[in-house]
Each structure stands twice: as structure tokens, then as C-alpha cells.
Design a protein around this ligand. Structure first.
Ligand code: SF4
Ligand code: SF4
Length: 242
């Protein structure tokens, strides 16, 4: 949520247009509001109670945004999907009997309908500021379907994969971060999530092979993609063969 604060602080007059009714970090907890114009949800749901809360908020909200990789894709916690939840709890917590979580992790749109997705880990505050500005003027940001590579090209960043042979997930990762990692000479690990709109299994497989040739083995590739793109990855997992 720090990125929301940054977004609000980035535009002098933005706060004049919004009355923040619930925001744990900056408001005292109030009673459930009767109506919300714009709801930003961060995080995936991991308990039944959270699912019920999210459903209640959907009922009173006009426009719902899933914000961040956990809300959009499931997040790192989705890596446990398919494992024995009792074993996972025992591995992570000293007193697992006190931990009450579902065995599944759900991105927000697996629980309620979502009107817009802003991916990122963390999200880019400029994307939130853009949403907040457009929303008050009754427009919405234009989502441009492009990869991190497009951001590299616009900024004139040397391609770390071509120039230095560093494995980079930028070609299959949705844009929005400003190509932060390549700008520091590192490969992208896909924290904004898979660029789903023109991806298919054969492309994914070919790309995995390319990364393998550069030293990123398939297990690491699979774990990395699952950690940041579980929802999209789960569409491919049954047909992806190493
Ligand atoms: S560094 Fe990565 S994101 Fe940038 S152009 Fe090369 S492959 Fe694409
Ligand atoms: S370059 Fe990739 S890993 Fe780095 S911030 Fe951007 S999307 Fe995330």
C-alpha cells in the first residue's frame, strides 16, 4: 500500500477528489462503509474469512481493482498449491496447529469479479496515480499489451540477454516496471507476471529452452514463473513438458 501513498503524494490535488474510507495504514478502522466508488485490493485470499470479506466489499463497490502480483496472480504463497498444507505449515511455523489457512491460494478474481488489474511486486505508483486521475475524470488508463523488452527499447537499455548472455524473463513479462532490473544489468525474473495475451505453450517451451541454453535450468524457470504468475502458469502446467 506504500505505493498508493506515493501515488497520492505524487499529485498535489489528487487527495481533494478522494475520501479514503478504509486504509489500515492511514485511517482508523471504521464501520463497514455503505458504498465504495473505487476499491483497491492487495493480496491473495488464503482463508475462508478473507474470501467472505472480499465478497462483502465487492457487493458495495462500483469498481474493483486487483493490485499487485499476489492479488492478480496468487503470489509467492501460491507455490504451496498442490503440496500437503499440513506439511507446509509444519515446515514454516513452530506451532502450525494455530495456523488456519486454506490449502488453496486464490487470486482476487478467483473469488469475485474484478474490473481492472494492476500487476507488480510492488506495483508501480505511477500506474496507480494514472488510475486515480483517470477515474475521477471518468476515464480509465489504457493498458498497452507489451513486454518489459519494449520498455528496454524505449529507454535505450542494453539487452542483458543478447549482450551478456544473462537469462532474462523480460520477453514474456508484462510491462509496467520501467525495466528496472535490466537497467541495473540484471535479468528480469518476471515479478510483474506473465504477459499472457500472446503467449502459448509452444512459445513458453521454446523460451524455456533458450533460458536453459543460457544457464537457467527448467526447474528454476518453472519455480520463478510460478512464484509470480501462478494463475497464468496454471493454465499451462498440464501441457508443459520439460
Ligand atoms: S534485457 Fe531482458 S527485458 Fe530488456 S530487451 Fe533484453 S530480454 Fe528484453
Ligand atoms: S525487470 Fe522484471 S523482475 Fe525487475 S522489476 Fe521489472 S518485471 Fe520485476
Amino acid at each position: 500500500m506504500n505505493q498508493v501513498v506515493r501515488a497520492l503524494a505524487s499529485e498535489e490535488k489528487l487527495l481533494n477528489f478522494y475520501n479514503i474510507v478504509l486504509f489500515d495504514e492511514i485511517t482508523e478502522r471504521l464501520e463497514m462503509p455503505k458504498k465504495i466508488d473505487l476499491l483497491l485490493i492487495e493480496g491473495s485470499t488464503v482463508t475462508r474469512e478473507q474470501e467472505e470479506v472480499v465478497k462483502k466489499f465487492r457487493e458495495i463497490s462500483d469498481f474493483v481493482v486487483a493490485m499487485g502480483t499476489c492479488a492478480v496472480q496468487g503470489g509467492v504463497q501460491a507455490l504451496r498449491i498442490g503440496d500437503d498444507i499440513e506439511k507446509v505449515k509444519a515446515y514454516v511455523y513452530p506451532n502450525p496447529e494455530h495456523i488456519d489457512v486454506n490449502k488453496d491460494v486464490k487470486p482476487v478474481d478467483n473469488v469475485i469479479s474484478v474490473d481492472m488489474f494492476i500487476p507488480g511486486c510492488p506495483v508501480n505508483h505511477e500506474a496507480i496515480a494514472s488510475l486515480l486521475k483517470k477515474f475521477v475524470s471518468e476515464g480509465l488508463p489504457i493498458a498497452i499489451p507489451e513486454s518489459v523488452c519494449s520498455e528496454c527499447k524505449r529507454k535505450g537499455i542494453v539487452c542483458v540477454m543478447v549482450a551478456y548472455g544473462i537469462p532474462c524473463l523480460g520477453p514474456i513479462t508484462i510491462s509496467g516496471c520501467g525495466a528496472i532490473c535490466p537497467s541495473f544489468g540484471r535479468g528480469c525474473y518476471g515479478c510483474f507476471g506473465l504477459k499472457d495475451f500472446d503467449l502459448d505453450n509452444s512459445k513458453l517451451k521454446m523460451f524455456a529452452q533458450q533460458l536453459k541454453d543460457l544457464g537457467m535450468d527448467n526447474d528454476r524457470f518453472e519455480q520463478t514463473v510460478k512464484a509470480y504468475s501462478w494463475k497464468t502458469w496454471s493454465k499451462y502446467q498440464n501441457v508443459y513438458h520439460r
